[in-house]
Design a protein around this ligand. Structure first.
Ligand code: FE2
Ligand code: FE2
Length: 181
């Protein structure tokens, strides 16, 4: 898989994890919602880390390096890359801060055994879900393709490997038996 298909495939797995969380919240089950939220939060965190630490810096460097020379066919302007990456990083910060707050709320709710506060958690998750839809569509239609345009094949392979390793770097409680590292 190339980096763009790896990350796009991860989006669809994240969607499935989010759908399971939304279903548990709709049933009003705080403990099960917390389990699903914990998994979704952890998976989104490694996905975001792969983009923030590996994909975005590589694209920004490639954009800077190509500055002044004629852009390759289909290559975005450096300014376009910088602006879109800044917007996507903003989204990432929003997702992580909302999910961290939702984890805290759900922990308190499942300890108290009172599902009254679930509505607030649902609203947070709905807001994350809506913004994530737009965010992922933007990445899949634009940013993920830029790596293929801006990087040479060895750079693409190296980026792909870094992303793959980052996506596998889930907290140990989510790894299947026999997996380590
Ligand atoms: Fe992202
Ligand atoms: Fe993404």
């Amino acid at each position: 898989m190339t980096e763009s298909t790896l990350l796009a495939h991860d989006h669809s797995e994240l969607d499935a994890a989010l759908a399971a969380l939304v279903a548990a919240l709709a049933e009003g089950d705080a403990a099960r919602s917390l389990e699903h939220l914990d998994l979704f939060w952890a998976r989104l965190a490694v996905h975001i880390r792969a983009e923030n630490i590996h994909l975005f810096p590589v694209l920004l460097r490639a954009a800077e390096a190509s500055r002044g020379s004629a852009p390759a066919a289909g290559a975005p302007e450096p300014k376009e890359i910088r602006n879109l990456v800044a917007q996507l990083r903003d989204d990432h910060d929003f997702f992580m801060s909302e999910l961290t707050a939702a984890v805290k709320q759900l922990r308190a709710l499942s300890r108290s055994g009172q599902p009254d506060g679930l509505r607030e958690v649902r609203e947070k998750i709905d807001a994350v879900s809506r913004r994530l839809d737009t965010h992922n569509a933007l990445e899949e239609s634009r940013v993920y393709h830029w790596a293929a345009v801006l990087l040479d094949p060895p750079e693409q392979i190296a980026l792909n490997e870094s992303i793959r390793q980052e996506l596998e770097n889930l907290p140990s409680r989510f790894r299947k038996p026999g997996e380590d590292g």
